[in-house]
Ligand binder design. Sequence first.
Ligand code: PEP
Ligand code: MG
Length: 571
Amino acid sequence: MLKGVSASPNIAIGKAFVYEKELKFKRRTIDEKEVETELKRLDDVIEKSKKELDKLRDEAVKKIGDKEAKIFEAHMLMLQDPALITEAKNKIRSRVNAEAAVDEVVKKFIAMFERMEDQYMKERAIDVQDVGERLIKNLLGQEFKSLADLDKRTIVIADSLTPSDTINIDKSKVIGFATNMGGVTSHVAIIAREYGIPAVVGLGDVTKKVKTGDLVIVDGGCGTVIIKPDQETINRYKDQMLELEHRRKELEKLKDLPAETFDGVRIEIAANLGSPDEVANALANGAEGVGLLRTEFLYQGRRSLPTEEEQFEAYKTIARKMGERPVIVRTLDIGGDKPPSYLDMPKELNPFLGWRAIRISLDRTDIFKTQLRAILRASQYGNLKIMFPMISSVEEVRKSKKILEDVKKELKNEKVPFKENVEIGIMVEVPSAAVIADAFAREVDFFSIGTNDLTQYTLAVDRTNERVTYLFNELHPAVLHLIKNVIDAAHSKGIWTGMCGEMAGKPIATPILLGLGLDEFSMSSMSIPEVKKIIRSIKISDARELAKEALNAATTNDVYKLSRKFLTKIK
Ligand code: PEP
Ligand code: MG
């Protein structure tokens, strides 16, 4: 049994698929007589790879269309490219094993493409990398299986999963995640909660201990992974699964009841969404709106920027499906840690403090304007609001609003219809914004507190680093004071405040947040029923008392104790 960080609750029992990005082989000097064998190996895998690509191309034509299928044709051409193949063969002739020969030539080509001025040519580096990986995997006899092509009911085991990895995963086939790296607010954890998939992260070396095909149990609630369990353990977990299912059904009954305190204070409960296909799940769990639409799904796992039209269609779909319910569209929040290749940016030493979110949008106004045009155009089809991420200064809000006004003027001149009075908000997730929330409240229509980043920046704890996960806690009194400041500033200026950080979906935090006066709670869909149940059993005056006591606490642990005691009483 391995112990990690509980990232998304519930239990999964199934076969593992170990997603290995790294190819393990050594460079070897071969004997003269091995040269022919190595050359033959390379020829064989080139043929094998061509066949695989042929198949993939046919599938892509069926599933996605001609345009995407062209990528595989390009890969096939590379396999016939004399420059690449001849060079690899020459390396083998100079007595290097086939894996290392391909690797070295591919690396040289990647570097060459990356140095090119032309953006299109630069992006070809990824294709060379893909082709190289395919050849080496085939040489090693590893199955070239991608995340897009999983068996049913798979538990995905990986070192880490980046946004571009998860975008490729067919979530209907995944029943669990377990990763070496990551904390509670790492990307895979958020995705897992949004899809209701059990997940444990920060396991250290699960990829070394599990092999593809092994039976594993992922206990997302306890943060454990059990490898090759015996029948008795399986039976015990199956019983627990039944119990959890029973509880879920009980909570489901609350779905259509309002999120209203015991004494009638109405709160709004919304869902955080990462893509249009999550809308149904949000509505099924009783979401009254979307408090955070992470638009990154449009930008990740692809080779070029999404067009205005593509974005418009996606926003329109969500707006339509949600009807009158509000949908807060957050503008691009791509981080410096995993930038897509088409955003040509150098590696940063501190990506979380670097070029991300609104900073990118304000530098690359072409990207920003395209997105704003798409959101505004889609605004006609529902109740969309716009939210800017990672705001740290009032100037950034003013600049963003000015660009939005320019975009509106352009649309008007072009006689393109859109809704004039779309509300504008900011995420309060940088301590500077929380401290002078007063000044920001004059600039916008609403706030949404992003506790994932607010906590990491306030406590100086990298939210993705499992070694310091024990320090990451939104119930730290310093974070609570900042939250109070934001809510009070908003209310004194007559605007409302929501929260879309993970804290909003944590039952332990619900009574304190209610007591602090939070107006809207936005969370992963699966957390909605439980949080609603708690809200419905609380008297607001009691919650206010609790919040006062929590603000006076000196340690996170004291806050926990207070909240736990409170929750035990209402149960
Ligand atoms: C946050 O920081 O709390 C938030 C909701 O944004 P993200 O997790 O996408 O950074
Ligand atoms: Mg954030």
